[in-house]
Ligand binder design. Sequence first.
Ligand code: GLP
Length: 246
Amino acid sequence: MLVVIKENYDDMSKAGAQQVASLVREKPDCVLGFATGSTPLGMYRELIRMHTEEGLDFSKVVTFNLDEYVGLRPSHKQSYHYFMYENLFKFINVDQRYVHIPMGMAEDIDAHCAWYEQKINEFGGIDLQILGIGANGHIAFNEPGSSLGSRTRIKTLSAKTVRDNARFFKKPDEVPRYALTMGVGTIMEAKRLLLLASGAVKADAIKATVEGPITAKYPATIVQLHRYATIIIDKEASSKLEETYL
Ligand code: GLP
């Protein structure tokens, strides 16, 4: 596990974008796993800049997103579909036919999740999976207690995640209680992982992820078992680490 500590959010975002860009240049038809949340926004802005100013070409890239809320239409402003188009896909030349995001409105959820897993396999697996981390140590929507071998499925969101998300919705009863999410096992099959975290609010989760025992209580701790995991964090997110890193 490579732990890279950057001075601030901007430097973290640029370092993350460089990893993504070098893979896209090396393998133009690579399969990228994208994440939502506030953390990767700076990295997405930098990728947009690289596309606009440097011609970074996404036309052959295949994408798979980690998760989506159940019950939200793709056009809903809080859906992860909407997020990805508004914050990245609209501004780069990704081919819509190669974009995959779980469908929160799927009628047959189990069949849809199985299809999603199958699609990832058809494209040869995910080359690089980008990850954020919840303050409670969740990755994607694999909440504490998730099976560390889990596959894409429906998950009940923890009370903490529902509370954390409430600020984005007008009324409390609009906040989704369920999500479709790649499983921890699905994520671990990606050839490389790139986990980003910023801010003191993530310091406990990062300490557990980097230095704690592997436990389903903090699903992100499983990345310790991945052979090619890079964790790029800013100083604040690193503030509780005991060892010295880069
Ligand atoms: C949500 C997403 C996660 C993300 C997490 C942290 O729960 N499902 O993929 O990592 O939020 O979000 P933020 O980056 O805004 O702290």
